[in-house]
Design a binder for this molecule. Structure first.
Ligand code: KG4
Ligand code: ZN
Length: 339
């Protein structure tokens, strides 16, 4: 297979982004993401609406990805799709579309675990540095917060997870309390840049070992905002930057402490941080500094492939195709899917 040109179509529909991408081997030729703005007015993803939007968007999104890549659809060698985890109705759209197209083009179908894809996005060609195995992955997204030991491309073991909310939810739900648009993570990140992270102190959850918990922090945050707003009606407006900076500071502190513990427990010093929250500038900076001070190797996927996208599905498709791992047409979407 050396020097062979493999074209992979990646399809991602696990949540509220309809995405398609074409890769030539590990190189991304196109990556199209059709975000569903409809959820903004509800302050979170409405599963029923997400499925309907995927139905509308999937064909134009895939067509656009093929067109932007400059190849003909007949050149595609395999189709990789997100099988799970995610919203079942959303996953069904991508799964059925991928199956039909693989039948129509008579090419292999490859199922992909969305969380594995976040991790393996680090192997997309334009990332400057790639980690050696084994490495620890911290997957931080709207649905997951996991610590994973990655021994090889498809040999992964979860060593820690959240007991309740995911870290992205902590950002989004706290943002909702502040009246910010969904998703609030990027907005909190931006507002925090102008604030002092030491202004307000929030209680850190006490969770043993490598697991996480964020729901207590969210409740504590809500109580704090309600109490302060009783005294000063415009408390949020007057202090938005300091509130965001303080909240972000504690969330990132929780993540960083668990990564440090995972390194101590496993003696693995290569760390990949991935998933939507890995776009956070404070997390990037803190981890980079820690890495520099301790001689740990810290890797972040390219920012374009941090939040949900189909290039990360495509790279897994390519890696599986190279290893002759394909999927038969009885494959089905699954909301829960272990890494
Ligand atoms: O991986 P992703 O795109 O979708 C899921 O699989 O969930 O992650 C989305 C999550 C959202 O909760 C969003 O608020 C968060 O990632 N996020 C951020 C940032 N960019 C996206 N959180 C903090 N800072 C950011 N810059
Ligand atoms: Zn994701």
């Amino acid at each position: 297979m050396k020097n062979q040109k493999i074209y992979t179509l990646g399809i991602e529909t696990s949540c509220d982004d309809t995405a398609a991408s074409i890769l030539l081997n590990d190189n991304v030729l196109s990556s199209v993401i059709s975000s569903q703005d409809i959820h903004k007015i509800y302050g979170g993803v409405v599963p029923e609406l997400a499925s309907r939007e995927h139905q509308k968007l999937i064909t134009p999104t895939v067509n656009k990805a093929i067109e932007e890549s400059g190849i003909e659809k007949e050149q595609i060698n395999s189709i990789a799709f997100t099988r799970g985890p995610g919203l079942l109705g959303s996953l069904l759209v991508g799964t059925s579309f991928a199956k039909s197209l693989s039948l129509g083009l008579n090419i292999p179908l490859i199922e992909v675990n969305h969380m594995q894809a976040h991790i393996l996005s680090i192997f997309i060609k334009n990332n400057k540095q790639k980690p050696d195995f084994p490495f620890i992955a911290l997957t931080v997204s709207g649905g997951h917060t996991q610590l994973v030991v990655v021994r090889d491309y498809f040999e992964m073991e979860e060593i820690g997870t959240t007991l309740d909310d995911a870290v992205g939810e902590a950002f989004d739900k706290s943002g909702k309390i502040l009246g910010l648009d969904y998703p609030s993570g990027p907005l909190i990140d931006k507002l925090a840049r102008e604030g002092d992270p030491l202004t307000y102190k929030f209680t850190k959850p006490k969770v043993d070992g490598l697991n996480f918990s964020f729901s207590g922090l969210k409740t504590g945050f809500m109580n704090f905002i309600n109490k302060e707003s009783l005294v000063n009606k415009s408390f949020i407006k007057d202090n938005i930057n300091n509130i965001c900076a303080s909240l972000q500071n504690i969330i990132i502190e929780i993540l960083v402490e668990k990564v440090e513990l995972a390194i101590k427990k496993t003696s693995i010093k290569n760390i990949v941080i991935c998933g939507g929250v890995s776009a956070n500038s404070c997390l990037r900076e803190k981890m980079k500094n820690l890495g520099d001070n301790n001689s740990w190797n810290i890797y972040f996927p390219n920012i374009d492939y941090s939040t949900d996208n189909a290039a990360m599905i495509g790279i897994v498709g390519y890696l599986k195709y190279k290893n002759s791992i394909t999927t038969d047409l009885t494959s089905y979407a699954t909301a829960r899917y272990k890494i």
